[in-house]
Design a protein around this ligand. Structure first.
Ligand SMILES: O=C[C@H](O)COP(=O)(O)O
Length: 318
């Protein structure tokens, strides 16, 4: 795995975002053509789908999660594609694994245990996920708990109120304190973009989170009414690119929520490649947060190697 230098952040610099304008119809137009204009076929599509698998944060974030479910998910994370398909793809020497397994804090320990020796990191949501409305000291304590249990990545949620009231200093201070609580664990800042009302707010929140030291910016919790959309993704990637131009730092991106199909994976990979180029097609800089996308990808790969579609019930549900 390539190591990317962590984002040290900057001081809060409103000049980088306060006058930003985002053209909604241009963003929507661009998003609408992405899945049609650029299509990858046959062996290229298979290669892209394998790439997508390596970038998945395989997720379970349900009230009825149990150590047993997390264990099963971890086994799927180790072997996300069936052995016969992997063999037919010629990948048996280095079978793909997923980018990470993402769980609630109390499920970190079983996940770490089940993934021991695999090199697959455990990501934990924290900070009062999904609403983020518990008091800050408890939110920071939750990060420290998850890190103590062995989480290598922490998916924090921001206080949407700070964005909706344009209180950039409060948002910056919050994310910076969370980054400090993370220590060596990487911080992914979930902006919950479906709650932020405008693309301008999405751009500004992205920029403030990066200035406060976020290693990744992530669209959604999967629990908002509207989760990852392409116009939002495009806006966040423009902020990420601008931040890179200002600072020289590469920040990761994670669309999440409602992404279910192989086609979704291909579309988001296309967006990454067009906006940021090849370096962002690696798990160090790109993750897809998904609880139920892997089954469709495996099915498409099976079709590629056998020429037939298996029933969806033949594949694992993740
Ligand atoms: O962070 C990941 C999301 O919670 C996953 O959302 P999903 O269940 O809609 O795939």
């Amino acid at each position: 795995m390539t190591t990317i230098d962590r984002n040290p952040g900057t001081v809060l610099t409103p000049e980088w975002f306060e006058c930003i304008q985002v053209n909604l119809s241009a963003a929507e137009r661009r998003a609408a053509t992405l899945g049609t204009r650029r299509t990858v076929k046959k062996e290229y599509q298979a290669a892209w789908l394998v790439k997508a698998v390596t970038c998945i944060d395989l997720t379970t974030l349900a009230g009825d999660d149990t150590p047993g479910r997390v264990h099963r998910l971890a086994m799927k994370a180790r072997r996300p594609i069936r052995d016969d398909i992997v063999a037919a793809l010629g990948l048996s020497d280095s079978p793909p694994t997923v980018g990470a397994v993402c769980v609630y804090p109390t499920m970190v320990a079983p996940a770490v245990k089940a993934l021991a020796g695999s090199g697959i990191p455990v990501a934990s949501v924290a900070t009062g996920f999904p609403a983020g409305l518990t008091p800050l000291p408890q939110r920071l304590a939750e990060i420290r708990y998850a890190v103590g249990e062995g989480a290598a990545e922490i998916d924090i949620v921001i206080s949407r109120a700070h964005v909706l009231t344009q209180n950039w200093q409060a948002l910056y201070d919050e994310v910076k304190s969370m980054r400090e609580a993370c220590g060596e664990a990487h911080l992914k800042a979930i902006l919950a973009t479906g709650d932020l009302k405008t693309l301008r707010n999405v751009y500004k929140a992205s920029m403030v989170a990066m200035q406060a030291g976020a290693d990744f910016i992530k669209t959604s919790t999967g629990k908002e009414d509207v989760n990852a959309t392409l116009p939002v993704g495009l806006t966040m990637l423009r902020a990420l690119r601008d931040y890179g131009e200002f600072t020289g730092h590469r920040i990761g991106f994670k669309p999440a929520g409602g992404l279910r199909t192989a086609k979704d994976a291909l579309t988001w990979l296309s967006l990454m490649k067009e906006e940021l180029g090849r370096p962002w097609l690696e798990p160090e800089l790109f993750r897809i947060g998904a609880s139920s996308m892997l089954g469709d990808i495996e099915r498409q790969l099976e079709h590629y190697v056998t020429g037939r579609y298996a029933s969806i019930s033949h594949h694992a549900m993740a």
